[in-house]
Design a binder for this molecule. Sequence first.
Ligand code: MG
Ligand code: ZN
Length: 216
Amino acid sequence: MKIVAAQKILKANDQLAEENRRRFSAAGVFGVNIVGSPGCGKTTLLEALIGRFGDALAPAVIEGDIAGSIDAERIDALGVPVVQINTDGACHLDAQMVNAAAGSLELGQLGLLLIENVGNLVCPAGFDLGEHRRIVLLSVPEGDDKIAKYPAIFRGSHALAITKIDLLPHFDFSVDRVVADMRRLAPAARVFQLSAKTGGGVAEIGDWLQAEAAAR
Ligand code: MG
Ligand code: ZN
C-alpha cells in the first residue's frame, strides 16, 4: 500500500502553479481564477466581462466542470477561444489541468485568460492554478453567512463579487455583514455588487480587472 500525503500533492501543485504563472506572464497573459458555488453566476459574469472588453483584451476562457460543455458552448457562442476541462468527478481544478488546457491555446495571441473553476466553495481554495488574481462570487440567495462558514476561499481572493443583488428585496441578506466579514479576512480585497438582470456593477469590476491587468 502506498500513502501519499495531501501536503505533498499540494506542494507539487504549487510548483506547477508557479510554472503556469511564469508561462502566462512571459506570454503577456493575465490569468484570473473565478470561484464560487454552483449557480452563483460565474459564467454569466464571464459573458458580461467578455461583452464589455470585446476584443480589446484578447480574452480566452478555460471552463472547469465535472461533466459536459454547457458553459463552454455559451462562451464559444461569443466567438472567444475556449477550452473545456471535464474533471471526471473532481470537485476543483488543479494546476496540472490548467497547464494541459493552456497547451491548446495560442497564449502569445491572448491578453486575458479567464479560468472558471468547478462550482464549489471548499477545495478550490487549496489549489493555486497559476492565476494572477482570484475573484470569488457570492450570490444573494446563498446567504450572508457563507464567508464566516467557508473562510479559506474568501481569504485568498483579491475581489469579492456579490451577485444577483437585484434579489435583495426577497432575501434576508445583509450586504453590510458580508462586507465586514470580507474586510476581516481579506482587508485589501475589492468588493463589487453585480446584477446580471440590470447589468449593474459590470463596469466597476471590468475596470478594476483591466487596471490590474495593465499594472502587470
Ligand atoms: Mg458556470
Ligand atoms: Zn475538490
